[in-house]
Design a protein around this ligand. Structure first.
Ligand code: ATP
Ligand code: MG
Length: 233
């Protein structure tokens, strides 16, 4: 079991979001579970650093990566089939004893809605578990459009991590519009900035540029073995 996070070792100076954010709160009652949702097309170090930072800060007993089956906001845009993305995520996470991968969304027919995933986690871990959904700052820009977002926020809290290129005035303006009760379900966490995206990795692979040190070696080896992302589509 990891030790509960110690707030004394943390100085809350968060300039990376580009504005002041609500103070980090860490509750300790109930088991804390992290859910790292994403398309993971492919998974990269940005995802892994986000999940690990959240785990450490919030004393999460586990972080479960949940590759999306058919993300509603990326309909028709996902390059790789769910089984391959799942496999890549397994390869990326297996060296971290706190990380798990769940086939929940890829096994579910139809589109993947986070509210369904959160409810499935609630059923699995029980009413006392604290569920934390981990996202990058870019996801905050559109979160109000998520399906049944209010119900989702009743079910789980969010850990929003910094991501290079997202933050500042645009994000601030959006958060300023949110009701206070909504904001109180978010925890903002500054993490080491990695300007890596799956889109960029796909582009690099499609144009013969290196991806070494952007993804774990196991992920790169599998991509090359199976021949994923070979064309710049
Ligand atoms: P794509 O370019 O295909 O959208 P992506 O790199 O954004 O891929 P996703 O699978 O869309 O990866 O992201 C899953 C989650 O991880 C999202 O909440 C996203 O904000 C977060 N995330 C992705 N990359 C980073 C990063 N470099 N730093 C912080 N968070 C990230
Ligand atoms: Mg993305």
């Amino acid at each position: 079991m990891p030790l509960p996070p110690d707030l004394r070792d943390y100085e809350w100076v968060n300039t990376t979001f580009g504005f002041e954010v609500p103070k980090l709160k860490v509750e300790t009652a109930g088991q804390a579970i992290g859910i790292m949702g994403g398309t993971f097309d492919p998974v990269h170090y940005g995802h892994l650093v986000a999940a690990e930072a959240a785990r450490h800060r919030f004393g999460l007993v586990t972080v479960v990566f949940v590759p999306a089956g058919c993300p509603p906001h990326k309909r028709g845009l996902v390059r790789t089939n769910p089984r391959e993305r799942y496999r890549l995520t397994e390869l990326a996470t297996c060296s971290n004893p706190w990380f798990r991968v769940s086939p929940l969304e890829i096994d579910r027919p139809g589109c993947s809605y986070t509210i369904d995933t959160a409810r499935a986690f609630r059923a699995l871990y029980g009413p006392d578990a604290r569920l934390y959904f981990i996202t990058g700052a870019d996801a905050l820009l559109e979160i109000m459009t998520w399906y049944r977002v209010e119900e989702l926020l009743n079910e789980c809290q969010f850990i929003a991590v910094t991501r290079p290129g997202y933050g500042g005035d645009q994000l601030r303006a959006i958060i300023d519009e949110w009701p206070a009760a909504f904001v109180s379900r978010f925890h903002f966490l500054a993490i080491p900035g990695l300007a890596i995206s799956s889109t960029e990795i796909r582009r690099r692979l499609g144009t013969g540029r290196p991806i070494k040190y952007l993804v774990p070696e196991t992920v790169e080896n599998y991509i090359r073995e199976v021949g994923l992302y070979q064309t710049n589509a």
